[in-house]
Ligand binder design. Structure first.
Ligand SMILES: Cc1cc2nc3c(=O)[nH]c(=O)nc-3n(C[C@H](O)[C@H](O)[C@H](O)COP(=O)(O)OP(=O)(O)OC[C@H]3O[C@@H](n4cnc5c(N)ncnc54)[C@H](O)[C@@H]3O)c2cc1C
Length: 444
């Protein structure tokens, strides 16, 4: 069987490796480096992590932990690679992004049944099928997919915005005004924290509100996914919004008391020479970012490695356009993967590539998508069901406990532990009966 995958991002690379593992021959196409959208992609690498270097929490009572456990059971190649490139980040899985991309490229190039074709830009599904012959196609062109391609799949589309947080150098920060530590002292103290008293917080919020921002153009309609909200948009909601949101001080003490707010900086590399201003996505102009962030304690001379920014992201209305097996309803052999399907996040995009590949294998053996879904009390099961649920306003979805259908009367902490334990148990049982062969590649 021959498959053609358009897009060598997180989803496309995972799908390629999975299909090759199942004995398919694969042609992987990507428009980089000749056609590099420099607004977002910084380098020509495959599987580029475009913003944060974090694949979220590893704390055993979190939704992202459960999600990753299920991905591990399914044998995700990219998740396994992320663990091999991890850098210290408290209770989170963060990676050295360059090493991650290099390792993914090596896996792709070392797999004889994958042909990797760079510098290929395809503008529609018809063009893809005309130029590249395959039994199955996967479109995984990510959140910046151009309209012509999007319309050729969906006819209709949705779009939203999210934002990149600035990167700064550690050496330009006066660390006497900050402290290293993780919230509640959990995990290693891998975050540099900037504590603010009420006056400093107030001044910062005022600067944010007054700063010069890039205006929305008339064709742009700002529909933010809540978690990617620019800080100035949060600040506009009310004086305390940031101190109850990304700058919340709970779990921290500085000089014997809890600060009014805390801005966290997370290491981007092993040496911790570059730090990410966590949650500080912004649409402020670059000069204004310099001016406003430099008003923070310890940041008077801060140097920027990358400024924050905001971009339009595209996704299709999955419940309308896709069947349960992420195949385009109106097309016989075209599957969609990654952020384009309406999942949101690195882990979710990797899983989506894996899921598209598993569905292709299933279909190639004559299976139907109806019979092929993880149980409702698993994170992947919840995520997939949410993507199939018709709503007037379909919005991107990421792994979180609200997706799990597992009624119980336990208190919050015990409930989460219960969700994780029963989710892993059910998922393991489901995977064992669904896949006769072992999928967990970490034990290969
Ligand atoms: C600005 C921004 C910041 C983000 N930050 C985060 C974050 O911090 N954390 C997080 O969890 N998620 C983040 N996301 C969301 C999402 O997790 C990532 O975008 C993720 O990389 C999506 O994976 P993907 O495989 O769907 O697409 P991508 O990884 O973007 O890969 C798509 C690939 O397709 C190629 N391509 C595109 N169009 C064509 C074409 N016509 N022909 C050929 N090739 C094409 C591209 O070159 C690219 O290599 C962010 C998204 C954006 C846009």
């Amino acid at each position: 069987m021959r498959s053609v995958i358009l897009g060598g991002g997180l989803a496309g690379c995972e799908a390629a490796l999975q299909l090759a593992r199942e004995g398919f021959s694969v042609e992987l196409l990507d428009c980089k480096p000749q056609f590099l959208n420099r607004d977002v992609y910084l380098n020509p690498d495959l599987a580029e992590l475009v913003c944060s270097n974090s694949l979220k929490s590893e704390a055993p009572s979190t939704a992202s932990y459960l999600f990753k456990q299920e991905m591990k059971i399914l044998g995700s190649f990219l998740l396994e690679t992320a663990y091999r490139c991890s850098v210290p980040a408290g209770a989170s899985l963060a990676v050295n992004r360059n090493e991650f991309s290099r390792k993914v490229l090596k896996m792709i190039c070392d797999t004889p049944s994958i042909i990797f074709n760079q510098g290929v830009k395809v503008n529609s599904v018809d063009e893809l099928k005309d130029r590249y012959k395959g039994d199955f196609y996967v479109v995984a062109t990510g959140p910046l997919t151009e309209q012509s391609l999007l319309f050729s799949i969906a006819g209709t589309s949705g779009s939203f915005y999210d934002a990149i947080a600035p990167l700064v150098t550690l050496e330009s920060i006066d660390q006497s005004e900050c402290f290293w530590g993780s919230r509640y002292g959990k995990g290693d103290p891998d975050f540099l924290n900037v504590p603010l008293n009420k006056e400093q917080y107030e001044m910062f919020v005022n600067e944010l509100l007054q700063a010069d921002k890039i205006p929305w153009t008339s064709i742009e309609k700002p529909e933010f996914f809540e978690r990617c909200m620019p800080i100035e948009v949060l600040a506009e909601r009310g004086f305390k919004t940031l101190s109850f949101g990304p700058f919340r001080p709970v779990g921290f003490e500085f000089r014997g008391k809890r600060p009014y707010a805390v801005i966290q900086l997370r290491a981007e590399n092993e040496e911790k020479s570059v730090l990410n201003l966590v949650g500080c996505q912004t649409r402020m102009r670059q000069g204004e970012q310099k001016r406003v962030f430099r008003t923070l304690p310890g940041m008077k001379n801060v140097e920027f490695v990358r400024y924050g920014s905001v971009h339009r992201n595209s996704f299709i209305n999955a419940p309308l356009v896709l069947d349960n097996g992420v195949k385009v309803k109106s097309m016989d052999n075209v599957f969609i993967a990654g952020q384009l399907t309406g999942v949101e996040g690195y882990n979710e995009s990797i899983f989506s590539g894996l899921w598209a590949a598993l569905n292709i294998v299933h279909k190639s053996k004559g299976g139907s998508s109806e019979e092929f879904l993880p149980p409702e009390n698993t994170m992947t099961g919840g995520l997939l069901r949410k993507m199939m649920l018709h709503s007037d306003n379909f919005q991107p979805v990421n792994a979180n406990f609200s997706l799990i259908n597992n009624p119980n009367t336990l208190k919050k902490k015990e409930r989460k532990e219960f969700y994780v334990k029963s989710g892993i148990e059910s998922f393991s049982r489901w995977a064992e009966t669904t896949f006769k062969n072992k999928r967990d590649i970490s034990q290969d």
